[in-house]
Design a protein around this ligand. Structure first.
Ligand SMILES: [Zn+2]
Length: 150
């Protein structure tokens, strides 16, 4: 084996070693993301539970769903507000800013899922937080769900 072949072989191994398993990273990211949401709700005194489900395309991957409920007086049926935490895959080379950077520029937040569906997810979460924090008298339960699968 020539010196160049060794260098090329070493470089090829380095490339392979640097290629992330995006499916696993996606699942890991969802776990962390859900824990962050749960931590925020805990700080606000809103009880939540996490239910896991198998990923339909890979049953070995468990995906977390979070559900929180604040109580109303029961006069009306509960309402469910939902956002999904999963996103499509990412090709970092196509991004102006890192897909996991949450880089803020010119009034935009750059990041995977910022338009679908973390914006709706955070809006729904803030709705339940503000209802609780402002002690709004509710005629119905309000249920917030952060679902892992769209
Ligand atoms: Zn979506």
């Amino acid at each position: 084996m020539t010196r160049w072949m060794l260098v090329i072989t070493a470089a090829a191994h380095a490339l392979v070693a640097q290629t992330p398993d995006w499916a696993k990273i996606d699942a890991e990211t969802l776990r962390h993301f859900t824990k962050i949401i749960k931590g925020v709700l805990d700080q606000e005194g809103i009880e939540s539970k996490i239910f896991t489900m198998e990923n339909f395309s890979d049953p070995s991957v468990l995906r977390p769903n979070l559900i929180a409920r604040i109580k109303g007086n029961g006069k009306k049926r509960p309402i469910l507000i939902v956002g999904h935490t999963d996103t499509v895959g990412v090709d970092a080379k196509k991004w102006t800013h890192g897909p996991f950077s949450a880089h803020r520029q010119d009034g935009y937040v750059y990041g995977r899922g910022t338009l679908d569906d973390k914006d709706n997810l955070v809006a729904a979460m803030m709705s339940i937080i503000l209802l609780k924090r402002q002690k709004v008298a509710l005629d119905r339960d309000v249920i917030f769900m952060a679902e892992a699968g769209e």
